[in-house]
Design a protein around this ligand. Sequence first.
Ligand SMILES: [Zn+2]
Length: 276
Amino acid sequence: MFVFLVILNFQCAENSGDGSTHEVVHDSTDVVMEVTEVVHVNTEIPQGLRRLLAAYPEFLDSADGNNLYWKDGTVMVYDDGYDKTHEEKLNNPDLEDMMSQEYIPGVDWDSPPPEDFEPGRIRFEPFFKKMYGASSDQVNENLVSLKWIPGICGTTVKVNTVNGVAEKLNKISEELSQLPAEFHKYLARTGGTFNWRNIAGTNRLSTHAFGTAIDINTEYSDYWKWNNSTQYRNKIPIEIVVIFEKYGFIWGGKWFHYDTMHFEYRPELLNQAEEE
Ligand SMILES: [Zn+2]
């Protein structure tokens, strides 16, 4: 509802600036213009687009029924109209595919994940390249060094400053350091952050390539590829997960193709409560 009102205001602002003949001369051009505007205003913005707008206000300007408008003038189509299998969504997604599965934050999630249920694993790469950098060099320009959980881990890691990712990881680091001693072993090492690479066995970039993901201690982690099985396994306590989620990071342990060491910044999948 909030976004809808913003669009209305935007339209009003446009009207007030488009000349003075509007109220005086009702010629045919005027009528056509009004019809176009009414159609635009009444177009319902899909929930996925509204969540993207709410999550990335620094970059995104507005949306309509099937387009996302960036502040730099870029337009991205939301739904390409193709029916896809899950594998096709992973390999050739649009924004709509990316937003098609609902991430459930917190303790009460559907565990183990049903087949192919893995919100966040479908990523429309051009969307992230635009914000964080489209090459290793470009991403590098946006990275800062961060001391990760001093006193428990203490490794210096490189993370992206765009969208406040580094700041949020710093807050997560502070909160994790407050956890009781029994949690320390999961955090005592890090599997790494920035690494410009594809996901093993695919042509898809890992979110580690953007410096927006972090792996915690690999020693206590389960990864479907290492296990060579999608039979769900996990040792990471949910207390750690909810701290990450609080700052917009989703957990790979909630995926059918599980990766329980992995956290990545995806606020568009965690802002349900603000939106509805
Ligand atoms: Zn990872």
